[in-house]
Ligand binder design. Structure first.
Ligand SMILES: Cc1ncc(COP(=O)(O)O)c(C=O)c1O
Length: 444
């Protein structure tokens, strides 16, 4: 099939330079395992789990079959004032996987909705316990929490905020970025050790400025994924937990990327040994096959919200989506989580992460323009010096070149990231890394 066999006049593509795309479209028509087929019959290895979603690889029959069966049994039912059996089952499985007393699951349909749900729940919880003045949110520079106004406001990627700055939430502040490009440029499979205390600014400037008693929640990704796989220094998340506890501030982990196996563990929370008050998830929970997101919250949030004097017919939390806990998405989630467990895919992700990290460091270190390499879990990033005056262009050109040579990698600024499905074999890693290396040389 040639791309001019179909009409491209109507779709406006998300987070894509549409003008360039239309001149040189990249269109998938099939996928299986680690590989896509494009419209012109080329094969492309999925080096990014299709935006960190497809942990179990493409076209997994148990997930497909579960979806088909669910469609023939209960296709959809209202999510408000009633529910469905699959939603309870999926919530039970998800809660059982989460650490500590993260026991209650609020479903939504995406990571952006999860961000907004968690921020709204933070406000509602504080209000319910008589601290409605806690309205300040704190995010972090280069954080990504999706594209809703809540998630965008606590997010810290400048390009995503620029055009919308006048409409962002008030009373939001941002902690400094976690990366030390001088001392921690090259990190292979370990937590970086920081020479300085990156949370001092939070304690000594940000919290006193707002007064900690006014702060509702701090939200962070355990590892900054969309920005380019930036790793928190050793002890950082534990200390963040302590600071939140000291001041009664809720800690939200946005685990849309780090959740469900990417770190070799159920969640980033398990990898780092820190239990947040809320944990946002999406993507891998259904292997990307059907949209689903959610927030897992600690018992104390649910219990507080239920301890209300309102009459029994009154809703406790005025929030939810038409498709919260959609039965087909829940059937996909149940089958996905069973498949992860049955094939021990999280442990495999941890193991293959070492192979990927070693390949990155042995191949890219010393290559032209390479100024950093970071790997941990099953993801690795190579950071390049930007072309003067054209930030992002070098990585974008390399991404296009890799695609044309059969490797889907992810550009983020001037960082290139590979985060393959957990079923990845060494041969795929070799192909992805070698293609990327050739392209980095070509664009030197
Ligand atoms: C950490 C994080 N939060 C939220 C989102 C937004 O998810 P979605 O695109 O499903 O709204 C993403 C997407 O990549 C993400 O990485």
């Amino acid at each position: 099939m040639a791309y001019n066999d179909f009409n491209m006049d109507s779709q406006w593509l998300p987070f894509t330079p549409n003008r360039s795309f239309m001149k040189n479209p990249r269109v998938f028509v099939a996928a299986d395992g680690m590989e896509f087929t494009t419209h012109d019959g080329s094969k492309v290895i999925d080096g990014i789990s299709s935006l960190w979603c497809v942990g179990a690889g493409h076209n997994r029959k148990p997930i497909n079959e579960a979806i088909k069966k669910q469609l023939d049994t209960l296709d959809y039912s209202t999510a408000f004032q009633a529910s469905n059996d699959r939603a309870f089952q999926a919530a039970e499985m998800i809660a059982a996987m989460a650490p500590g007393d993260l026991n209650k699951v609020l479903f939504c349909n995406s990571g952006s909705e999860a961000a907004d749900t968690s921020l709204k729940l933070a406000l509602a919880y504080h209000r319910a316990r008589g601290e409605g003045h806690r309205t300040v949110f704190i995010g972090r520079e280069k954080g990504y929490h999706g594209v809703g106004f809540g998630g965008m406001s606590v997010g810290g990627i400048p390009a995503n905020r620029k055009a919308f700055s006048s409409a962002l939430l008030p009373r939001v502040d941002h902690m400094r970025f976690i990366h030390d490009p001088v001392n921690n440029a090259y990190i292979n499979g370990v937590e970086p050790v920081s020479q300085e205390d990156m949370l001092l600014e939070l304690e000594n400037r940000i919290l006193p400025l707002h007064d900690p008693s006014n702060v509702a929640a701090i939200i962070v990704e355990p590892v900054a994924g969309s920005a380019g796989w930036y790793l928190p220094p050793q002890g950082y998340l534990k200390r963040l937990r302590e600071i939140c506890d000291k001041h009664g501030i809720l800690l939200i982990f946005d685990e849309v990327i780090t959740g469900f196996g990417r770190m070799g563990t159920n969640f980033g929370a398990d990898f780092y040994g820190v239990v947040p008050d809320m944990l946002n998830f999406a993507k891998c929970v259904t292997n990307g096959v059907i949209p689903m997101g959610g927030v897992i919250c600690r018992d104390k949030l649910y219990d507080t919200m239920m301890k209300t004097d309102a009459p029994p017919h009154v809703i406790e939390f005025f929030h939810g989506y038409t498709y919260s806990g959609h039965p087909v998405a829940c059937a996909a989630a149940i089958a996905t989580l069973e498949l992860f467990q049955q094939d021990k895919l999280f442990a495999r992700a941890g193991e293959m992460g070492k192979v990927l990290g070693n390949a990155f460091h042995s191949t890219f270190k010393g290559m032209p323009n390479v100024i950093g390499i970071r790997s941990l879990g099953l993801a690795a990033a190579v950071e390049l010096a930007p072309i003067a005056g054209s930030p992002g262009k070098r990585a974008y050109d390399i991404f296009i070149d890799c695609f044309n040579n059969g490797a889907l990698v992810r550009p983020a600024g001037d960082v290139l990231v590979i985060a393959p499905p957990y079923i990845v074999e060494k041969s795929h890693i070799d192909k992805l890394v070698n293609t990327l290396a050739d392209s980095i040389r070509k664009h030197a």
